[in-house]
Design a protein around this ligand. Structure first.
Ligand SMILES: Nc1nc2c(ncn2[C@@H]2O[C@H](COP(=O)(O)OP(=O)(O)OP(=O)(O)O)[C@@H](O)[C@H]2O)c(=O)[nH]1
Ligand SMILES: [Mg+2]
Length: 639
């Protein structure tokens, strides 16, 4: 057993699919054996039942059952073995042996999804057929600043170091067919956006349907070459109906589609802005409209694919796709109508399983790599400040304002940032801190999607201080705020986040961004619990800096102290090395001495206080001019 484990470990890098192949073959062996036993007993008892009608005597029953059972066992084992081998080869990414077997599926899917349904559909399907996205090939190994001895460099990315290749055309075919997504963003899409909403009852959303529709339109507009041809909201009594819409509403929508087309406008797909549509809903609606139907999950995946540039982000997006595909496949397998060809063959399922296990182990590796970096960072004792918030709230812009880092380029797009990136900053007391930019949250996105970002979000959740940025100029500001708070809470409950500890208010600073866009008649009293800033005009940034400083010192147990030390002496050198120096002035009473104000950790301060006086500390103790705990600055210092 141990030897097999060792062998898997040895082969993991060279042959990523090997471990999976062994598991697959074990399953095959047991399935074959089960087929043999069931086949034998089935045939045996079947013969017993119809014995009088059989043309041969009873003594041949065992022989015939054995032959039939062997045949069944052989067929199952050989089919599954081939599937395991093909899946392994697919995982190796260089083999194409599976293509021949997949061919029939490819043809079947394209036939059903394209030619049989309608003209414009065919064009899209044909393009999908040729889609191949580039995956993560060419990932460069980057040395993080946390590993180097130098001080933090700006905007360095904390990425996995291993070369990883996610290219797999067989997988692409499955994903593109199930999710209607493609890497070929040059393909133009004219979309009809439909925002369903519940009119009344407990399931009614707290967000105004007009705002929901606006967000859906913004999602489509986040994609290059995608445009909204027409948009509308549709009131419903429930979102769970198989057809989603009632017959009257459906007819209205079909008429609208027909009208758009007959007026010569192009329509290539329909986006129904609901978290996920069930397979049955999608299948039914695609048939009725004769157009591909997408839900929020698949549109968001499309955006994430486009915006994922680092290897980690690509890995996480790749992982986020899998649960969606499985749900659709599961739905499809219980559906009585397989007309549209979502049901996957055994081989395709194996490909999916192989990819899933490969991604899981890669993400595990990313997590342990990040843990290593975190520990190194802890050793260096840089306090960390994570900036979280709803997508497009201005997280990246705020970090730019706080760090004055000119290379940061905020973009007016949803999910522009997908990586947790670290940026060096300096607090007013000269203490160096690390600001972490994070992926934004959005409502009505299945939690499964966000959970795939746990590997990197973990870093943010473990930060010393969490800055929650809110776009106060947004009409849906309150709901966005609540959504982010709920997401943070649910992330904190995730067993993978155990290390992060409670994410409670003492660690959180609530910031209201984009005040420059507030109309003057809006009373700022409604934002009483927020520190108001504009990352664009820099209003309020100094005040926020002071608040961050106060919180960082409080949470990390640092204090500000003043020392009178010999100018140029070893005590001065020690302080420079071990503390953040706020300022140094000459001591007016002792000409050879300087007064140094420094931020030091609580443990260090105890040493300085004489509890563990060694040579340096002893000298320092004698020279302590004044020991003052950092006095809290007033919140009223808003500018
Ligand atoms: N007027 C104004 N615009 C702002 C302010 N802060 C950010 N923006 C704009 O808002 C848009 C989004 O800003 P980002 O900083 O990219 O937002 P984000 O939260 O990082 O967005 P994601 O990474 O996509 O989740 C950009 O066009 C910014 O220029 C502000 O204080 N005032
Ligand atoms: Mg951003």
């Amino acid at each position: 057993m141990n030897d097999i484990k060792k062998l898997k470990e040895q082969q993991r890098d060279k042959h990523p699919g090997f471990g999976f192949y062994l598991e697959c073959m074990t399953r095959t062996l047991f399935t074959g054996l089960a087929g043999l036993c069931l086949g034998f007993s089935g045939f045996y008892f079947a013969q017993k039942l119809v014995q009088p009608k059989l043309p041969y005597p009873k003594k041949y029953n065992i022989l015939i059952s054995s032959i039939a059972a062997c045949g069944i066992g052989y067929k199952i084992t050989s089919d599954r073995t081939k599937a395991c081998q093909a899946a392994w080869m697919a995982a190796e990414d260089k083999h194409t042996a599976v293509v021949a077997r997949l061919g029939s599926n490819i043809r079947r899917i394209n036939k059903v999804k394209g030619i049989e349904i309608c003209g414009s559909y065919t064009v899209i399907s044909a393009r999908w057929k040729h889609t191949q996205y580039t995956g993560v090939k060419g990932l460069r190994s980057r040395k993080s600043f946390f590993e180097s001895n130098t001080k933090p460099t700006d905007g360095d990315e904390e990425g996995a170091e291993e070369e990883l290749d996610l290219e797999n055309s067989q997988y692409d075919l499955i994903a593109n067919t199930t999710m209607h997504v493609t890497r070929q963003t040059q393909v133009e899409q004219s979309v009809l956006v439909i925002q369903p909403y519940i009119k009344w009852g407990p399931k009614k959303s707290a967000t105004d349907p007009d705002l929901q529709l606006q967000e859906a339109i913004a999602l489509v507009n986040s994609l290059p070459n995608w445009s909204v041809e027409e948009s509308l909201k549709v009131p419903l009594e429930s979102l769970g109906k198989k057809a989603l819409f009632g017959s009257g509403k459906l007819q209205e929508l079909k008429d609208l589609v027909r009208k758009i087309r007959s007026s010569g406008r192009k329509l290539t797909s329909i986006f129904i802005s609901k978290g996920t549509l069930s397979f049955a809903q999608k299948q039914f609606l695609e048939y009725e409209f004769g157009l591909p139907v997408m839900d929020r999950y698949s549109v968001v995946i499309q955006i994430l694919r486009l915006h994922a540039t680092s290897a980690e982000a690509k890995l996480q997006v790749a992982m986020a796709e899998i649960p969606y595909i499985w749900t659709q496949v599961k739905d499809a397998s219980v559906s009585t109508n397989r007309r549209q060809g979502y049901a996957l063959s055994d081989l395709q399922k194996e490909i999916l399983r192989t990819r899933e296990s490969k991604l899981k182990s890669e993400l595990m590796r990313v997590r342990s790599h990040r843990k290593l970096l975190r520990n190194k960072r802890k050793q260096k004792d840089y306090p960390t400040v994570a900036v979280v918030g709803y997508t497009n709230a201005g997280k990246t812009s705020l970090i730019k304002a706080l760090t004055d880092e000119q290379t940061i380029q905020p973009r007016d797009q949803l999910f522009a940032t997908l990586d947790v990136t670290a940026h060096a900053g300096v607090l007013p007391c000269n203490l160096e801190v690390i600001f972490m930019d994070t992926v934004g949250f959005m409502s009505d996105i299945p939690t499964g999607l966000i959970e795939c970002f746990v590997a990197t979000l973990e870093d943010a959740m473990m930060a010393d201080v969490i800055v929650h940025v809110q776009d106060v100029s947004h009409p849906n500001h309150l709901q966005q705020k609540l959504h982010v708070e709920d997401t943070i809470k649910s992330l904190a409950r995730n067993p993978q986040m155990e290390e992060a500890g409670p994410i409670d208010s003492p660690r959180i600073i609530n910031v209201g961004n984009k005040v420059d866009l507030l109309t003057s008649n809006l009373s700022s009293a409604q934002f009483d619990d927020l520190t108001l800033v504009s990352s664009k005009t820099l209003v309020g940034i100094n005040q926020l800096m002071l608040e961050i400083e106060e919180k960082v010192l409080e949470v990390t147990g640092r204090i500000k102290m003043r020392f009178s030390v010999p100018s140029g002496g070893e005590e001065m050198a020690w302080l420079y090395k071990n503390a953040a120096i706020v300022d140094v002035v000459g001591n007016p009473e002792k000409t050879q001495f300087s007064i140094m104000s420094a931020i030091i950790t609580n443990t260090c301060s105890k040493s300085v206080g004489g509890l563990e006086a060694d040579d340096v500390f002893g000298t320092l103790k004698r020279n302590v001019d004044e020991r003052s705990i950092w006095t809290k600055k007033r919140k009223t210092m808003r500018n």
